[in-house]
Design a protein around this ligand. Structure first.
Ligand SMILES: Nc1ncnc2c1ncn2[C@@H]1O[C@H](COP(=O)(O)OP(=O)(O)O)[C@@H](O)[C@H]1O
Ligand SMILES: N[C@@H](CCC(=O)OP(=O)(O)O)C(=O)O
Length: 377
């Protein structure tokens, strides 16, 4: 697939029949972290206009915790998981009430769907989510999705909604993904750093990941920062979906294809890599066998599988395919999505990141399976 021009990518976004829009907590809140009704209403105005022009709009909205902590009497967003989960339980209803009222002014119905990362693993759950979303869209409803914060287990929660939104875009076969945040685009470095400048067009997000300096959240309420947004843009790109990233106040122009924010071109034909979501449900295509140290790290639940701990690779798979991660005695430890094609792996086995960079180049310095794509069995 030849690289499209920025104008072509923006046109595709403007002409999208199905669009997934993700809005972060930082764009829905006031400085103190509480939900900001004016900002929410302004966003809904832009989305309702797109919907009323005939597009199928799915909204992935954060903000449950932001909406909940004030009414619960907390001064700031809670930091421990149990209180966050309880706060989200209170806030999610309040958040939806605001959306219902705001969309209601335009005569648009909304429906709530709460998803856990586990729902992305089980085939039946996956199909249920997909069927429900399709039906809601057929009925002219705007689905509003959030992670099911109150139930998600700590080990495998998305935590931020960026990656979830890319998976949803994949699931509803979206034509465009719109990531709305509190900064007007991707910068060459965190915008607080002097000299950093906005990048208007990223033709290949996979390459851009190495070139841009990204940092974490710039607000008290956001979670993922630019790292997870780039990850989402990557997942969308390899699913054939273009992404535009900008500030929530520019949602309207971004949806119209105006030159705002940062656009990311798709790097594959549409629909060719749906496995980023369904891969978890599909049968693994191969196996990566790991040594004792790596097995321990993987079992711990938070580590990526690095080439340094891998001893053997079996089967034929492409990057993005589901694979087993097995211990040397044959026990299944985890399922994950491979970061590399099976043919690329043998040269990487047993090598640490420095060696990989030096011997094979920067592009081989990534995990064999990133922890976000690894699920313990
Ligand atoms: N290279 C970069 N370009 C733009 N923003 C960046 C970059 N690196 C870090 N950031 C930070 O990421 C923040 C957005 O992420 P986050 O606060 O998690 O937002 P959200 O709540 O919308 O998910 C920005 O406010 C900015 O401070
Ligand atoms: N699901 C959580 C979202 C967590 C969060 O802050 O996400 P984000 O603002 O997208 O970085 C909520 O609704 O509060």
């Amino acid at each position: 697939m030849s690289t499209p021009s920025e104008g072509q990518v923006r046109r595709r976004i403007a002409e999208a029949e199905t669009v997934v829009v993700k809005v972060g907590s930082s764009s829905l809140t006031q400085a103190g972290g509480h939900l900001d009704a004016d900002r929410l209403n302004a966003l809904v105005g832009a989305l309702a206009a797109t919907h009323l022009m005939g597009a199928r709009v799915v909204l992935v909205s954060s903000g449950a915790i932001a909406a909940g902590f004030g009414p619960l009497g907390f001064d700031a967003r809670p930091t421990d998981v149990a209180t966050q989960q309880a706060t989200a339980a209170v806030g999610q209803g309040l958040l939806m009430a605001q959306y219902e009222a705001a969309f209601g002014r335009f005569g648009v119905r909304v429906g709530q769907i709460l998803i856990t990362a586990e729902d992305t693993i089980r085939a039946t759950q996956y199909r249920n989510v997909q069927r429900t979303l399709d039906r809601l869209l057929d009925l002219g409803v705007v689905p509003i999705i959030n992670e099911n914060d109150s139930l998600a287990s700590n080990e495998i929660r998305f935590g931020d909604n960026d990656r979830l939104s890319a998976l949803v875009a994949n699931l509803v076969r979206a034509d465009a993904l719109v990531l709305l945040t509190d900064v007007d685009g991707l910068y060459t470095a965190p915008p607080s750093e002097p000299g950093s400048r906005r990048i208007g067009y990223v033709p290949n997000v996979v390459n851009a990941l190495g070139e841009v300096k990204v940092g974490g959240t710039g607000s008290k309420v956001g979670t993922g920062g630019m790292v997870t947004k780039l990850e989402a843009a990557r997942v969308a790109a390899v699913s054939g979906i273009p992404t535009v990233l900008t500030r929530a106040g520019l949602a309207g122009p971004a949806l119209m294809g105006d030159p705002v924010g940062t656009v990311f071109a798709p790097v594959k034909q549409r629909g060719s890599t749906r496995r980023l979501w369904i891969g978890f449900a599909a049968e693994p295509r191969g196996t990566i066998i790991v040594d004792e140290g790596a097995a321990k790290a993987v079992r711990g639940g938070h580590a990526s599988l690095l080439a340094a701990g891998a001893v053997e690779v079996r089967g034929a798979f492409s990057a993005g395919d589901p694979v087993w991660v097995d211990a040397e005695d044959g026990t299944h430890l985890a399922r994950g999505l491979a970061g590399y094609d099976s043919e690329e792996v043998p040269q990487m086995l047993g090598r640490n990141t420095t060696q990989l960079k030096r011997i094979l180049g920067e592009e081989y310095a990534h995990p064999l399976v990133h922890r976000d794509n690894l699920v313990l069995v």
